[in-house]
Design a protein around this ligand. Sequence first.
Ligand code: HEM
Length: 341
Amino acid sequence: MGLTTAVPATDGSGTRRRGPDAPHAGGPRGRAARALPGLAVASLVANIVIIATGGAVRLTASGLGCPTWPECGGGSYVAHSELGIHGAVEFGNRLLTFVLVAVVAATVAAAVAARRIRPGTLGPAVLLLAGIPVQAVIGGITVLTKLNPWVVMVHFVASSLLVAVGTVLVLRTRPRAVPGPRAWAVARPLRGLARLVGLVVAGVVYLGTIVTGSGPHAGDLAARRTGLDPAAVGQLHADLVMLLLGLTVGLVVAVRTLPPEHRPAGAARAAGSLLGVEAGQSLVGAVQYATGLPVGLVDLHLVGAAGVVATAVWAVTALRAPVRGRPAGQLTPETRAAQTT
Ligand code: HEM
């Protein structure tokens, strides 16, 4: 008879745990806890992929390929030859919803099973699942209002919120993430700057959707536009991006110049990544503007917007640390270690 040795596990507070609640345990909870990080990443990626494919629907003018909802058209729930290539593209995107449901439902199931090992993960996982029917209904209203640009914007903003929630879930399921309540680990001015960066990211994304709603890629040749001057809204969008870049440079410098004992270890990397993603996204935005909005670059700009949202969530949450009965601004060694991952 072979003997097995239980691998001690730590819950991040330094307490060693054994038995069915340890992440390394072999039971269903241990297996669920091990599967959860991968499933969380898959859920985030699936949400970003559906942004890209939804963009492809709009950019190939297939937004009304299925002219009704929830049916596709002509009394049928599936695309048929009379609806042509646009029907196939739009219906293909509707089918992807089922892939998203499968991935996110598996994530929720793992978060339920692992809720004692990975507290704080069930909430975001359930939010991701709840977001799917909400998005299906907004998508339906988009079709029924014949691609009203203000409704299309709500559809994109909701997707951005799901990307933010998915990022929180990924961060909370990292193997060395410390469970439990968190608080700001930096002084008030830096918190204010981080909040401002988050707010301006939201403003840039929303203004971007207004530029799109005023521009040529409506999703259907007959779809109405906002009536706003695309050049003027585009200029405002780019101006706000300049402000965002400036604020993010400030965030990077502020985090890097913190004394090491007061600097959350992952914070410098997160802020630097945000600046890098913003710079890349700005380059794509500028090139697509200068080259007459080619569809490939516009779709890349959509995915880039999701990337900016995700890294902004990372950069802001990296300035928060688990509460350990210490005043904000002071980090425990184990918190610093946990944040290096
Ligand atoms: C951090 C940087 C940026 C972010 C997060 C961002 C975000 C966005 C978003 C979310 C959209 C709407 C996408 C859609 O609904 O299809 C958009 C559209 C747009 N952005 Fe940006 N953007 C950034 C930088 C820029 C820059 C620097 C420029 C130009 C100088 C630019 C030019 C445009 C244009 C022209 C559109 C409309 C595209 C269309 O008509 O389909 N963006 N942006």
